[in-house]
Design a protein around this ligand. Sequence first.
Ligand code: GDP
Length: 317
Amino acid sequence: MTPPVALVTGIGGQDGSYLAERLLADGYEVHGLARTPDRPAWCPPQVRLHSGDVTEHDAVRRLLLEVAPDEVYNLAAVSSVARSWQEPELVHAVNGDAAVALMDAALVLQESTGSPVRFVQASSAEIFGSPTTAPQDESTPVSPTNPYGEAKALAHLAVSQARERGLHAVSAILYNHESPRRPTTFVTRKVTSTVAAIARGEADELVLGNVEARRDWGWAPDYVDAMVRALRHPVAQDYVVATGESHTVHDLVREAFTAAGIEEWEGYVRIDPDLTRPMDAADLRGDHGRARRELGWAPTKTFRDVVALMVDTDLLG
Ligand code: GDP
């Protein structure tokens, strides 16, 4: 029997690396699209790498027709909300238009081969903007408040349209999900790597922006598992993927210092107003009830577990 074939865009990112490991373990032939020709740090050697930019729509379509995957996971994105304020057009092109073009290409492939293609869009809690209700679920209005959220919202809405046109397409509305593979541009890894450096005597301050911001932080491999389950479910629909609990950046800092065994930590933290964003979602917290009921999915790690795992890894490095 020939193995199922999956194409993963954004294979070089945190989620791409965990997803590649998962699909290889499940016996898939995994193709990955990455921007650079070099194999990304966490990318397993068995992944068949293709280099290219998702904004090159014609090249992506040709690749899709050549690889002819059974499944497409669209993880390629400019992942930083903060950066989206500086480069809104780029973020719209990568996080929005490219996803729309990829779904179109998947429909073309499906029509040309007659074999169904399943598609997962890595959507984001940022499509909800600054919601007035918490927790949010699949029926919460889409109302983004930053360029990142706008682009993700476009792709999210395009998923329902692709579904109408016959594609088995799913939007996984992912809340923040973290791991030791997170870059330090994200607040979790910035905190855990800096706390580890302080514990080793190599740094003496942790400089942060809005420490009152709340996020629903989960464990990245759990979120990859949710995307796999969502894609394999017989009915294509959208799912909120979240823990249901939110914590402040301040809580994150306290947990990280505690995990590193530093009790007197307040003196290390400095607030720099320049790191505060023009708009910041107040309470992003997701209700994963549908994913639990229909996919049998639940988070396997608590906030404290995630922070401790990240600090432990950073203490080694
Ligand atoms: P995001 O939710 O995808 O934007 O993930 P981030 O990890 O970048 O940011 C999470 C929250 O942490 C946001 O509300 C930020 O405003 C807040 N935050 C506070 N200080 C910092 C900081 O120094 N760096 C980052 N990246 N975020 C910070």
